[in-house]
Ligand binder design. Structure first.
Ligand SMILES: [Zn+2]
Ligand SMILES: [Zn+2]
Length: 355
């Protein structure tokens, strides 16, 4: 094979188009040619497709996937042809201040993010809605344990790793938590906190279908629609009389921050994860933050260590939580428009495509 099949995004409201991109004859040292086995459509891709966020075009979207190593530029310790792998959403240089001093490689000055770069950048094989992708030097690769289904592992390099990052910065003693949003991030967070031994993990949403999955992932579903709220609010304070220790914002809706603060105990910790868009002014005063002695932490993407932790977590808890129910059966890459339409219905937390 000398070329890869790709689906190209040309702009909002234009159908993705099938094309081919030539595979390079020789790989740069440290680069990895990967055959995509399965990719999942992320909410952020849906935002790009609908025009809510803008990316340079034309580009191959997709950053969540599992693949098989086809070729390696030179040698990489611990990696071999035919290994089944996933990889960090971004590479990082390892030399800038963010990489070396600030422990924020995800904010590397020269960061390159898969599924966000145009086909004119490098080999053009920069996204996962394709038969192949080329991983750049500086990308962390993690092997997928034998027996772990592709669909269980694929979303790990986005939502689950971000959850690992958020949890890693939290106080060590947590008895109660509130997760806002029962999407992919929220359900992984419920599972993670439950496994950590957090006694009460509430998870709120207004989508009843989504809430129906919460209990299976270790959470206590919290219907926050107006008619149900008074009873459910009382239930939170019955379990956590002072309020919850931590709140994780994973719904992307800034108006929910007022509710999060109301349910949080004084001296609590608030993780902001989901509101990665400009339409997120906060409905709070500085005084509320000060009087409640709140710690707020913004979380954007993650470090390589969090992907490793995410895959280990999946392997350890695969029997505890129904991860396979989060992702749709795979739709052929050539029919990606169908997959995008299915993602729009929000029937599944993730929609899978496979070449
Ligand atoms: Zn993603
Ligand atoms: Zn760097």
């Amino acid at each position: 094979m000398s070329s890869a099949q790709v689906q190209i995004f040309d702009g909002p409201d234009i159908s993705l188009r099938s094309d081919t991109i030539e595979l390079p004859h020789q790989l740069e040292t440290g680069a990895v040619l990967v055959e995509i086995l399965l990719a999942t459509i992320c909410g952020s891709d849906m935002h790009t497709i609908s025009g809510q966020r803008s990316e340079p075009t034309p580009l191959v979207l997709g950053h969540e996937a599992v693949g098989r190593v086809v070729a390696i530029g030179g040698t990489i310790d611990g990696l071999a042809v035919d290994d089944r792998i996933t990889w960090t959403i971004a590479d990082s240089c390892g030399a800038c201040s963010y990489c070396k001093e600030y422990a924020l490689p995800e904010k590397c000055e020269r960061v390159f993010k898969y599924g966000h770069a145009p086909v004119t950048d490098g080999t053009g094989l920069n996204g996962c809605y394709a038969s192949h992708i080329i991983l750049r030097p500086g990308t962390t690769v993690v092997k997928i344990p034998v027996g772990m289904p592709d669909a269980v592992a694929a979303p790990a390099n986005c939502a689950l790793s971000t959850v690992c990052n958020a949890v890693s910065r939290m106080p060590s003693t947590i008895r109660s938590a509130m997760v806002q949003g029962a999407g992919m991030l929220g359900l992984y967070a419920c599972a993670y906190l439950k496994e950590m031994g957090v006694e009460h993990v509430f998870c709120s949403d207004i989508n009843i279908e989504r809430l129906s999955l919460v209990a299976d992932f270790g959470g206590i579903p919290l219907d926050i629609r107006e008619e149900s709220w008074p009873v459910n609010r009382a239930n939170v304070f019955r379990c956590a009389p002072d309020g919850v220790d931590v709140v994780l914002e994973m719904a992307g809706a800034s108006q929910l921050v007022a509710q999060g603060l109301e349910l949080m105990r004084t001296g609590g910790y608030y993780s902001f994860v989901g509101m990665v868009h400009p339409n997120s002014p906060l409905p709070v005063t500085g005084e509320q933050i000060i009087r409640k002695c709140v710690t707020i932490q913004g979380i954007h993407n993650y470090s390589p260590v969090h992907l490793q932790q995410g895959i280990e977590f999946l392997e350890k808890t695969r029997g505890h939580f129904p991860y396979d129910r989060l992702v749709s059966p795979p739709i052929p890459l050539s029919r990606i428009d169908e997959a995008v339409a299915l993602a729009r219905t929000q029937k599944f937390c993730g929609v899978a495509v496979a070449p």
